[in-house]
Ligand binder design. Sequence first.
Ligand SMILES: Nc1ncnc2c1ncn2[C@@H]1O[C@H](COP(=O)(O)OP(=O)(O)OP(=O)(O)O)[C@@H](O)[C@H]1O
Length: 368
Amino acid sequence: MNALARPFSVAAEARLSSADLPKPETLIRIEDLTKVYDPKEGPVLDGISLAIGKGDIHGIIGRSGAGKSTLVRCLNGLVAPTSGRVLVSGREISSLSGAPLRAARRDISMIFQHFSLLSSRTAAGNVALPLEVAGVEKNEIRRRIPELLELVGLSAKVDAYPSELSGGQKQRIGIARALALNPQVLLSDEATSALDPETTEQILALLKDINRRLGLTIVLITHEMDVVRQIASHVTVLEHGKLVESGPTFDVLAFPKSQVARSFLSSIVAHDLPRQVSERLRPSPAPGSSPVLRIVFAGQAAHEPVLAALVEQFRIRPNILHGRIDYIDDKPLGVLTLVAAGGTPTLPGVLAYLSSLGLHGEIVGHVL
Ligand SMILES: Nc1ncnc2c1ncn2[C@@H]1O[C@H](COP(=O)(O)OP(=O)(O)OP(=O)(O)O)[C@@H](O)[C@H]1O
């Protein structure tokens, strides 16, 4: 297939945005959640309301100190909110304590950045731990361990101690342990932050696979938008304890409103200009210059013959510089950058035309 035609045709799949699909059953409901640790510091979480669907992989992203860990710890009752409610499967976690809270927590397990494995126990011993604490019979534990280790691809390491395992293998054990009691929700607190990019990709693929096979709902906190792009079906952006943006990952990343989400789009399109062009790029038009136009193809308008319209309607001679497709939640997001020769006088009309199609058009600069 012609590489330049690809953004148009594949983007058609994006028309089936998750926004168009029937809404899944809500598993986690967060209602007007506020947390104040120190009244002198103000709220760390400020009026957060959010619904997370059953079977979703929901990314919570924000800069350091935005309140991500606090929010996730409110979901399993490790942190008690100052006001507001958290309901998981209709059960109000934020009102529980003691034995009922411990019982509810069996349904909501967690994996951590530094794995939190017991160094004195083998892989099998670590996976057995939650089963032992829950009072599961020895025979049943013996049956479950190989099953769980197989699920995470580590059957061969049953007798290995954590010191004999790589970071990725330790996290696999952490995941097997977290799944031991068949939870409905898995919370992931920066679970790939200590891993190299290749191992991160493998662990994210494993989480996605487990999500699909078991229908497990995953809530993951991260400061890396690329983790969200690779795995999350939905994303919530936190800034200074406030929810600033939330929705299907594709929609948030393709049409970002917050600075955090916008910076992702800039990062995937920032390096797409050939050096000969970027060096000649000027912020303002000059006599004889042509604008450099970047078009982001996403959503409804993928079937429109945009390039033909630029030529016929706006008398532009497009010179394609770069085309690229990224996949977000398995949906394509296409970016096309071109010199719009002869297009300076009609630029406002071009941008209005793209906008009327729901496409994002942007003037990157001007070249002579
Ligand atoms: N137990 C606590 N007592 C007092 N303040 C706390 C406590 N836990 C977190 N905070 C404060 O709450 C704010 C938000 O912290 P939190 O860990 O929730 O943010 P975060 O987005 O997860 O940050 P990071 O990415 O750095 O882990 C920070 O200012 C932090 O110092």
